[in-house]
Write a protein that binds this ligand. Sequence first.
Ligand SMILES: *Cc1c(COP(=O)(O)O)cnc(C)c1O
Length: 361
Amino acid sequence: MNRIFNFSAGPAMLPLEVLEEVQRELLDCQNSGMSILEMSHRAPVYDRINAEAEADIKELLGLNDDWCVLFLGGGASLQFSMVPMNFLTAGKVGAYVDTSSFSAKAVKEAQKVGVTKVLFSSKEEKYNRVPKLSELKLPANAAYLHITGNNTIEGTEYVEYPDTGKIPLIADLSSDILSKPIPTEKFSLIYAGAQKNIGPGGVVVVIARKKFIRGRNKNLPTMLNYEVHMDNNSLYNTPPVFGVYIVGLVAKWLKKQGGLTVIQERNISKAKLVYDIIDAHSDFYRGFVEKTSRSYMNVTFGLPTVELEKQFVLQADAIGLNGLKGHRSVGGLRASIYNAMPRAGCEKLAGFMEKFYLANR
Ligand SMILES: *Cc1c(COP(=O)(O)O)cnc(C)c1O
């Protein structure tokens, strides 16, 4: 076996221990005599997997029974529609912060459903930062404020979340979910595609206050109604069972590591290894984003020429540092260093960056 360091933005690395456990259990899941892939989602074994995944995520985030955790399909992209369909009622405004191409997609879907207002956009500055809290002026009739917690493509992240008072705060945390403790008291609903930080593609985790979901638009298509999924413990229809199972294993792995405070410290120190090289050679490694908005999950940077960027990707790949090409919409380079990226991967990347700088400056 020759596992490389995979810096892909998503689907992304999973903890090796989790993959090994999946492998061990693949043919016989928890003494059921069958694979998780063959099992009815109504089987007691799956019930337990579903319930434990929910309980472990709640435990990691310190949530009580006022909250539910749902496992849905459709990707984070379907949440762009489900949020306004459930909460953007007549006479209200869906307030959005536009910090990335994913934020812009969320706005676009909301516009199809109701009235929206973009309170802040860094689009003109190529999405180089998230706003300061003082820059956000919420309309009184806002149905909610929607933010993107970590901007996967551009490499920015909030360190502090807006205080919206009575107005519900909704966040797309697809790429930083469970990477750090979250002040959940500020939020009404959080969603995340699992494939960046906590699982495989195909499952979305929705973490919401039960009261916020209760009694919303009854005329919604059933599958798009959060309340239906809540009342059925995510088992209204066949859920993405394999994904839920892996998310559950990742949650247990996170608990074993010591929880989200420990993971956050680790993530900060991993990111620092890479940012320190960028800052030490800032004439060569050009960070795209403002330092105060830097992401701990996706480190983005460019080189003096496109040719050098190509060389960087090729040479890195040759020594087992994979997936460093930036998103096609921004170009340059991007190192995605989610929870499962070992510190050794960041050390190796930093070492390579130093050598590449010395050879090409
Ligand atoms: C990847 C990503 C999405 C889209 O997720 P899908 O599951 O592919 O729909 C949305 N928002 C953010 C912040 C992302 O990183």
